[in-house]
Ligand binder design. Structure first.
Ligand SMILES: Nc1ncnc2c1ncn2[C@@H]1O[C@H](COP(=O)(O)OP(=O)(O)OP(=O)(O)O)[C@@H](O)[C@H]1O
Ligand SMILES: [Mg+2]
Length: 323
């Protein structure tokens, strides 16, 4: 049922030795996510997620970080490439723990319990349950997972207290834009404070945007081959300048970004997701007036204040000329 998969068959991990393997499903399983052929695995994140997948202890893994930096996709794509089933749900304000357990339904006059996503995942060997955007669900929902993360069976309260022991290889992972302390940035205003007793039962790994080299490889895979490398590099420098203006972290900012002298002063950032979107729009509309500004508006600046948009457009003009 399982076979060893060499990690150096995954894009971005080619230089690992052949002996580094991890077991995945030998046969198909409907819950194995689809592979993204342009995905680029980033070692710092992969190391943590694989370490967590391989550890036999019950604690969870919480991936935190800004929007569009690669938290959900690293979990989906590792499961896709390692051929492991993944059951993913997203948190939202009205979510309840019972939604994870199942529903009661009346079939031909009988009341039946239909198993929900967590119960199904627990019963499937080497399956991971991913609670995406866990900070958008009320803290009571995640706290109800505490005993599972301590290694105890789940008690199915909708089904007469049936006990559900985790199948071999079961893992619990979650993602959040905040690190559980609530929205400190003003960007994620629907985020809740997570209970520290829940956080304490998780490894917490902070994901950040890819390095310029990693982001180049990501975009090179997403952008038509007839587009030269140079404009792709320029767009990455632009994104890093916007990130600098947003965070004040100057490690990747260009001279033009720093020269604006407004670090930490704009309210939006530019994610890897929006960079990929920017290129999709530019490829679709190459002949409009100022294609970069046109694409920036659709992907980034129509979503922020006029002052933020103006600063980003000025930066784009500095990086791309009037193109
Ligand atoms: N390593 C990568 N290789 C290829 N594409 C990537 C990679 N990381 C991110 N992307 C691109 O960025 C998009 C956003 O990534 P992802 O959904 O993982 O972000 P996220 O951190 O979960 O964001 P959010 O907080 O908004 O949920 C992906 O759909 C993909 O297009
Ligand atoms: Mg996500």
């Amino acid at each position: 049922m399982l076979k060893d998969i060499a990690l150096n068959t995954l894009p971005g991990l080619e230089d690992l030795p052949d002996e580094v393997t991890i077991p995945g499903y030998a046969e198909d399983h409907p819950w194995i996510p689809n592979q993204d052929q342009n995905y680029v695995f980033r070692k710092d994140d992969v190391r943590v997620v694989l370490g967590h997948l391989s550890t036999p202890s019950p604690e969870g893994l919480l991936l935190t970080g800004p929007r569009g930096c690669g938290k959900s996709s690293v979990v989906y794509q590792l499961h896709a490439w390692l051929r492991r089933p993944l059951v993913a749900v997203s948190g939202y304000k009205q979510a309840e723990f019972e939604d994870l357990l199942g529903t009661k339904e009346i079939v031909d006059g009988d009341t039946l319990t239909m198993d929900g996503p967590l119960v199904q995942a627990l019963g499937t060997p080497y399956c991971t349950f991913l609670f995406d955007e866990i900070d958008r669900a009320a803290p009571g929902v995640s706290v109800a997972l505490n005993s599972l993360l301590d290694g105890y069976d789940l008690v199915h309260v909708l089904d007469s207290g049936r006990r559900i022991p985790p199948a071999e290889g079961f893992r619990f992972m979650s993602t959040a834009n905040t690190n559980g302390m609530g929205d400190l940035s003003g960007d994620y205003n629907t985020a809740h404070v997570l209970d520290t007793a829940f956080i304490d039962r998780n490894w917490v790994h902070s994901v950040w945007y890819p390095t310029p080299d990693e982001e180049f490889r990501i975009l090179r895979g997403a952008v038509d081959p007839d587009i030269a490398d140079d404009p792709i590099h320029r767009s990455i420098r632009l994104a890093n300048d916007v990130r600098y203006l947003y965070t004040g972290r100057d490690n990747e900012a260009s001279a033009s970004g720093q020269a604006l002298g407004v670090s930490g002063s704009i309210e939006t950032t530019m994610s890897t997701r929006s960079l990929v979107m920017l290129w999709r729009v530019m490829m679709l509309f190459p002949n409009v007036d100022q294609p970069i500004i046109h694409a920036l508006k659709l992907a980034v600046t129509n979503k922020c204040t006029p002052e933020g948009a103006e600063a980003i457009h000025r930066l784009a003009e500095a990086h791309f000329g009037d193109g």
